[in-house]
Ligand binder design. Structure first.
Ligand code: SF4
Ligand code: SF4
Length: 585
C-alpha cells in the first residue's frame, strides 16, 4: 500500500527505555523477548573471535537487513546473544519507495528489500540509540542475573552502498564520520535517559561506534568500481573493509546445476543477466588479492563476506517486482560451494582452518541452529543471520543457537573456538580433505545436504480455516516473534473477551513487510486487522483503514466505532497495559 507518510517512524530513546521498564515490570520481557530467551555467556566456553582486529564475544549476530534497521531490533539481537551487528546498509538515495510486501518466508526465503528505509541522519541516530541502550542494559541491575556479570564485547559493523558517487556524497560521508565519532549525537540523547536510567545519563559512552565497514555493491557493479570504493573507504575514512560478494561469482552453469539438479529447486528461474553483468570468478580472485595487499600496505584489515542473496526471477507473485532475492537453505549450499572454490583459488590467503591466511571471511547464508557449529568450524566468522530470525521464535532463536554451539564445543572437549576448529581440521584431514571447508563442501554433497534440498523445504506455515478478527485469534504469538521491528505486542484479555491474549500493533514501527501475514495461521493480515495504534498525528492522518491515535496513552482520535474504541482503551488501561512507559498516562 503506497503512503504519503514515511514507512517507519522510530521511537525516541526515552520511549524505548520506557518500554523496557514497563515490559520488564509487567511481563518480564524486553521488546517482547521473554527473559528465558536472553543469552547468558557460558563461563566454561569462550565463543569469542577476532573481527578485523577487535574482540567480539560471540560469532553470531543479525545480518545487514531487517533485523539491524531500528534501535530495538539491534537491542533484541544483543539480548539474544548476538555480538556482531552488521548494520543495515545506508545509501545516498534514502527516500526510495520499496514494494510491499517485501519479505516472503513461506518456504525457503525470498525478499525484495534492500537498504535502510530511514533517512541517513535517522539511521545514524538509530545506531547510536542502540549503542547507548546496549551499554545501559549491560549495566542495568534487574538484567544482571540474565545477561551475566560480563555479557562480553560487541562490534557494530556499518555498511554502505552502492556506488562510489553515492558513497562520496557529503550525506554518506557524514554518516561514516558520525559512526567514527558519535559524541555529539550521544550528548544530544543523554537527556532522554531518565527515571530508572537517569544514573546512566552521564555514562562514559564510547564515541567510536564503528571503524569497520562491509561494502555492498549493486548487481553488475564493475570490478574497477568495487576496487575504487574499497580504496576510497580505506584511504579517506581509515576503515577496515569487508567486500560482500555475490553468489553469481560461482557462475551461471554452476549455480544452475547446484540449485536445480543437485538441490531440486527446478521451479526457481535464475536471472541470467545478473550472472553476466556481475563480477566474474577469475577477476574476483585477482581483486581479492589486490585489495588485501592494498589494505595491508596501509596497516588496515581486509575481509570478504559470503554472500549477498541470489537474484532470481519472481516466479511466486507474492511480492511485486520482476526479480527477487533468494536466501535460506539453498543459499547456504551455494555460498559454501563458492567458498570452497575461492579457498582453492587463493591458497593460504583466507583466514580459515587449513589455509591460515589473513583475509577474514564472514558468512551469511542460511545459518541455523542446525548448521552453526559446522559453519563456525569452517572458520567463518561472524556467521550472521537473517532468514532464520524471520521464522516463529524470531530473535528468541539466537540464544538456543548459541547454547547449542557451546554444548557442541563442550562435547568435543574444547574450551574455545580456536581449539574446536583445530579439532575439526584434524577430522577433515583424517577424511582426506586439507581444510574444514573442503570437508564441509563434500559432506553437503551427500546426506548432510538433505536438509537443504527441495524435499525438506516444502512445508508451509500452519493454516486454520478462520477469518482473523480484531479481537481474539489462536493466539500463537507468531505475529510478535516473526516481526523484525517488534511492532506487535500483546495484552492479557479482559474478562469475557475471546482467547487469552489480545494482539495490537505499533503502526509506526510496521513497514508492511508481510512477514506476519505469511505466518499468521488465520486468514487475513494481522498488521491490518488487529488494532493499529498511532502516536504521531501526521502518520495517523496519512494512513487509511482502522486506527487509534494515542496521546499520553489515551485514544484521542480513531477510525473505529465507539464500542471498539472503548474496548481498546480498556485493554490499554488494564494491568499489563500499554507498554509505553513514557507516554502512558
Ligand atoms: S507487523 Fe507484520 S508487516 Fe509489519 S513490520 Fe512486523 S512483520 Fe512486517
Ligand atoms: S494475529 Fe495471527 S499470528 Fe498473531 S497471534 Fe493471532 S493468530 Fe497468531
Amino acid at each position: 500500500m503506497a503512503h504519503t507518510t514515511p514507512p517507519l517512524t522510530p521511537m525516541s530513546l526515552s520511549t524505548l527505555m520506557g518500554r523496557v521498564v514497563h515490559e520488564w515490570e509487567t511481563r518480564k520481557k524486553i521488546f517482547d523477548l521473554p527473559n528465558a530467551r536472553i543469552w547468558r555467556p557460558d563461563p566454561d566456553v569462550d565463543l569469542s573471535f577476532e573481527f578485523l582486529g577487535r574482540r567480539c564475544a560471540t560469532p553470531v549476530g543479525p545480518a545487514a537487513g531487517p533485523h539491524s534497521q531500528m534501535a530495538q531490533n539491534i537491542v533484541l539481537a544483543w539480548l539474544g546473544g548476538g555480538r556482531l551487528f552488521e548494520l543495515k546498509t545506508v545509501q545516498v538515495l534514502d527516500d526510495l519507495e520499496i514494494g510491499r510486501p517485501c519479505i516472503d518466508m513461506e518456504t525457503i526465503g525470498f525478499n525484495i528489500e534492500w537498504s535502510q528505509e530511514l533517512e541517513v541522519a535517522q539511521s545514524l541516530e538509530e545506531y547510536v540509540k542502540a549503542w547507548m541502550a546496549i551499554d545501559v542494559l549491560r549495566r542495568w541491575a534487574p538484567l544482571r542475573e540474565f545477561v551475566g556479570d560480563d555479557p562480553g564485547s560487541h562490534v557494530f559493523d556499518m555498511s554502505v552502498g552502492y556506488d562510489l558517487e553515492g558513497i562520496r556524497t557529503e550525506k554518506v560521508a557524514s554518516f561514516i564520520r558520525g559512526m567514527h565519532d558519535a559524541a555529539a549525537v550521544i550528548d544530544s540523547l543523554r537527556p532522554q535517559l531518565t527515571g530508572p536510567f537517569a544514573e546512566f545519563a552521564d555514562l562514559d559512552f564510547e564515541p567510536v561506534i564503528s571503524k569497520t565497514l562491509t561494502l555492498s555493491t549493486f548487481h553488475g557493479c564493475p570490478p574497477e568500481e568495487i576496487e575504487s570504493i574499497t580504496k576510497h573507504l580505506i584511504d579517506e575514512h581509515d576503515l577496515d573493509v569487508i567486500v560482500k560478494l555475490n553468489p553469481t561469482l560461482l557462475g551461471f552453469e554452476n549455480v544452475a546445476a547446484l540449485l536445480h539438479d543437485e538441490l531440486g529447486y527446478h521451479d526457481i528461474p535464475l536471472h541470467r543477466e545478473a550472472f553476466d553483468a556481475d563480477l566474474q570468478f577469475d577477476r574476483g580472485v585477482e581483486l581479492i588479492g589486490e585489495l588485501r595487499d592494498f589494505a595491508a600496505e596501509r596497516g588496515r584489515h581486509f575481509g570478504i563476506k559470503l554472500t549477498n542473496t541470489l537474484v532470481v526471477e519472481n516466479h511466486r507473485g507474492f511480492m511485486p517486482e520482476d526479480t527477487m532475492y533468494l536466501s535460506g537453505p539453498p543459499l547456504h549450499v551455494i555460498s559454501t560451494r563458492l567458498l570452497g572454490r575461492l579457498a582453492d583459488a587463493l591458497p593460504g590467503q583466507l583466514a580459515i582452518p587449513g589455509h591460515d591466511g589473513d583475509i577474514l571471511v564472514s558468512f551469511s547464508a542460511g545459518v541455523t541452529k542446525a548448521n552453526l557449529a559446522d559453519t563456525v568450524a569452517t572458520g567463518l566468522n561472524p556467521a550472521t543471520i537473517c532468514s532464520d530470525l524471520l521464522k516463529p521464535g524470531g530473535y528468541g532463536r539466537l540464544a538456543p543457537m548459541l547454547r547449542g554451539l557451546a554444548d557442541e564445543l563442550r562435547a568435543a572437549g574444547c574450551a574455545d573456538l580456536a581449539s574446536y576448529r583445530a579439532r575439526r581440521l584434524a577430522e577433515a584431514d583424517a577424511a582426506g580433505h586439507g581444510s574444514t571447508i573442503a570437508h564441509y563442501v563434500e559432506r553437503l554433497r551427500g546426506e548432510d545436504g538433505d536438509p537443504y534440498r527441495l524435499d525438506a523445504n516444502q512445508k508451509l506455515p500452519r493454516h486454520v480455516d478462520h477469518e482473523l478478527e480484531m479481537f481474539g485469534c489462536v493466539a500463537c504469538n507468531f505475529c510478535i516473534t516473526v516481526c523484525p521491528n517488534d511492532a506487535f505486542f500483546s495484552i492479557k484479555s479482559l474478562e469475557g473477551m475471546p482467547d487469552r491474549q489480545q494482539y495490537l500493533l505499533f503502526t509506526e514501527l510496521c513497514n508492511e513487510c508481510g512477514n506476519c501475514l505469511v505466518f499468521c495461521p488465520e486468514e487475513g493480515d494481522p498488521a491490518m486487522i488487529k488494532p493499529r495504534l498511532f502516536t504521531d498525528p501526521d502518520v495517523f492522518g496519512g494512513r487509511e483503514g482502522q486506527g487509534f491515535l494515542l496521546t499520553d496513552g489515551v485514544i484521542t482520535d480513531a477510525r473505529a466505532d465507539d464500542g471498539t474504541v472503548a474496548l481498546v482503551q480498556q485493554l490499554l488501561d488494564s494491568e499489563q497495559g500499554l507498554p509505553l512507559g513514557e507516554v502512558r498516562r
